[in-house]
Write a protein of this length. Structure first.
Length: 138
């Protein structure tokens, strides 16, 4: 019964864009989890559960956000992190989950951290010295 209810909750949802007093036509949304819904964070975690299993490094997921954490000690750990990023890209294609690469960032913490270029979908990821995560600057 619960599965039927969740399926009904996720099926035949509609959305439209409203800009001022202009309304776009309604369109059916046939994938994803509704943003802002009470069930959204839980359904997102269920949805990405198998993605978390294909990542070799430590991975944290909260609501609609995931982070891969890696200590880079040598070239092998660089390759391991890049392989994780490649696996996430493959997972996203397999599940038709579009990645927003503009918000995917690499944060190098510490002075001895090798500043290697990491790629996702043939695009070099932006490096950052400081990012806000759940209201806290890292």
């Amino acid at each position: 019964m619960l599965i039927k209810w969740i399926k009904s909750f996720l099926s035949w949802r509609k959305q439209r864009l409203v800009l001022g007093e202009t309304f776009a036509e309604w369109v059916v949304v046939d994938n994803g989890v509704p943003q802002g819904s009470v069930l959204g964070p839980l359904l997102f975690i269920i949805y990405i559960n198998d993605m978390l299993e294909i990542i070799s490094n430590s991975c944290e997921a909260y609501a609609d956000d995931s982070k891969i954490l890696s200590i880079i000690k040598n070239f092998d750990s660089i390759i391991k992190l890049q392989n994780d990023l490649d696996n996430v890209c493959k997972w996203s294609k397999d599940w038709s989950a579009e990645l927003n690469l503009e918000i995917c960032k690499i944060i190098h913490v510490g002075n001895n951290n090798t500043k290697f270029d990491y790629m996702m979908e043939s695009q070099s990821l932006t490096k950052s010295d400081c990012e806000k995560d759940l209201g806290i600057y890292i």
